[in-house]
Write a protein that binds this ligand. Structure first.
Ligand code: ADP
Ligand code: MG
Length: 241
């Protein structure tokens, strides 16, 4: 689903990604770990077509992302959902309106929107919060709303940038179960950026460790844990081991 070859990306003088090579199979849940500033978010933004890259190739579902013009890029991004640590919900809107927003932008009919929103709240388990405002629901529920919104355009890929980092361990676990369920039931390819060991172990089959814009280690998660327990501990911190 995602094939990255010799990808390089700089912000002015600062080279943020150098020579990234990565293949993520269709229907997988793939983990990306690394210290703050390693380039994880930038890599996700490249995959999403939000960030240019100078060299190399990045092919998502058969499309070279760099080749897209503005209109094509908009269509392309429609097929990729993204969620964040800070949820990024619109505080004045209800849960319903937040989830409906992308469909409104794409001019779906009211009837289509209503059907989809109700399906999605059912899927993510917040049917009883449809008309609540973000300030009236918990962090875990906010992330569920963000997930529902990210799924509203039936994406092929879901990118999760530290999506469980601001949640307590129990809530984080429930969000990861939901992500696993979405992967199983909808077959969506998922990329998870995280600092949390437990997230890697319970969700990802394969991971890459990003260090200063390079991939320091890549492979099956349990093998990397066996091979590089110290490196992982140093990178991620011991708090979650
Ligand atoms: P991570 O998500 O792993 O913490 P980021 O991808 O956010 O890392 O950032 C990688 C590096 O790129 C950092 O040094 C950061 O300061 C820099 N960076 C990120 N976005 C920009 C930007 N828009 N302009 C300039 N530098 C940036
Ligand atoms: Mg980041």
């Amino acid at each position: 689903m995602i094939e990255i070859k010799n990808l390089k990306k700089s912000f002015g003088e600062l080279q943020v990604l150098s020579d990234i090579n990565l293949t993520i199979g269709k229907g997988k849940i793939y983990g990306l770990v690394g210290r703050s500033g390693a380039g994880k978010s930038t890599l996700l933004r490249c995959i999403n077509g939000l960030e240019n890259y100078e060299e190399g190739s990045l092919i998502v579902d058969g499309i070279e992302v760099k080749s897209l013009n503005n209109e094509a890029a908009r269509e392309f991004r429609r097929e990729i959902g993204m969620i964040f640590q800070q949820f990024s919900l619109l505080s004045r809107m209800t849960v319903y309106e937040n989830i409906a927003l992308p469909m409104k932008c794409w001019k779906y009919s009211k009837k289509q929107i209503d059907k989809k929103v109700k399906e999605l709240v059912e899927l993510v388990g917040i049917s009883d919060k449809l008309y609540a405002k973000p300030r009236e629901i918990s962090g875990g529920q906010k992330q569920r709303v963000a997930i529902a919104r990210a799924l509203s355009m039936n994406p092929k890929i879901l990118l999760c940038d530290e999506a469980t980092s601001s949640l307590d361990p129990q809530t984080a676990k429930s969000i990861i179960s939901l992500i696993n369920k979405i992967n199983n039931e909808l077959g969506i390819t998922i990329v998870i950026v995280t600092h949390q060991m437990s997230v890697l172990r319970s969700a990802c089959e394969e991971i890459s460790i990003l260090e200063n814009g390079r991939i320091a280690e890549a492979g099956v998660v349990e093998e990397i844990f066996l091979r590089q327990p110290k490196a992982l501990r140093n990178l991620i911190g011991v708090k979650d081991l």
